[in-house]
Ligand binder design. Structure first.
Ligand SMILES: [Zn+2]
Length: 202
C-alpha cells in the first residue's frame, strides 16, 4: 500500500504573505524577519499528520529569478521555517521548490518549466520519490494555481480562502472548482480528517 500525502503551499498557507507598500503588492517574505507562521498552522499540520498523511511542501519561489532575494537569504528563510515548525512539533516529509519564472531577470531561471504551479510537476516528482497514492492525496493552498496543480495531478483539493466576488469571478473565468473551501488552516485540517473517515468507511 502506498502512502497518502497532503501537498502544502508555502506562502499564504504556512506563512503569512507580506504587503510591500512601495509597489503596493502582496508577495512572499523576502527576509527571514518577514517570515511568520500563519496562526494555527502548527496544530493543523499535527492533526493532518495524525490522520495518516505525509506533509509535502510544494512551493513556487520565483523570488531569486526576479532578484528579490539571494539564495543565501532563501536558505535562511527555509531554516527559520523549519525551526518554527519544529517548535510546533511539525516536521515536513518533503520539500519541493520551483525557482523558475518565464520572465526571470536571471537568465538561468528563465524557463518554461514543468514544475511551476499550476503545472503538476512538483507533485508528480514527490509521488515518484515518496511512493504516494495521488488519488488519495490532497493539495491544500490559498491560490487557484494550487487547486489547478492538484487537480492535474489527480488529487483532491482544498482552497483556503475567504470567498468573495473577486475570487468567485476568478474561479468562473478559469473553470476552477476546488473539492473543498476552508476559511482557515484549522478548517482545512478538519476537512482532511473527515475526508479520511469517509474513505475508511467505504
Ligand atoms: Zn520550475
Amino acid at each position: 500500500m502506498t502512502a497518502r500525502a497532503t501537498f502544502l503551499d508555502r506562502d499564504g498557507f504556512i506563512d503569512e504573505m507580506v504587503y510591500y507598500a512601495d509597489p503596493g503588492v502582496v508577495d512572499s517574505p523576502f527576509t527571514p524577519k518577514q517570515f511568520e507562521l500563519v496562526e494555527g498552522i502548527g496544530p493543523a499540520l499535527r492533526a493532518i499528520k495524525a490522520a495518516g498523511y505525509k506533509l509535502v511542501l510544494v512551493s513556487n519561489q520565483p523570488g531569486m529569478a526576479k532578484k528579490h532575494l539571494t539564495f543565501a537569504t532563501f536558505r535562511k528563510i527555509r531554516a527559520k521555517m523549519r525551526r518554527l515548525l519544529a517548535a510546533e512539533g511539525v516536521e515536513l516529509d518533503g520539500e519541493y521548490y520551483c525557482f523558475h519564472h518565464p520572465q526571470a531577470k536571471l537568465a538561468k531561471y528563465r524557463v518554461d518549466c514543468d514544475c511551476r504551479k499550476p503545472k503538476p510537476g512538483m507533485l508528480l516528482q514527490a509521488a515518484r520519490d515518496l511512493g504516494l497514492d495521488l488519488a488519495h492525496s490532497i493539495m491544500i493552498g490559498d491560490g487557484l494555481n494550487d487547486v489547478i496543480a492538484g487537480k492535474r495531478a489527480g488529487c483532491k483539493t482544498i482552497l483556503v480562502a475567504n470567498l468573495n466576488s473577486l475570487l468567485s469571478e476568478k474561479m468562473d473565468e478559469t473553470g476552477t472548482r476546488p473539492d473543498f473551501v476552508a476559511r482557515n488552516v484549522t478548517e482545512a485540517a478538519d476537512i482532511v480528517k473527515n475526508n479520511l473517515m469517509e474513505i475508511q468507511t467505504r
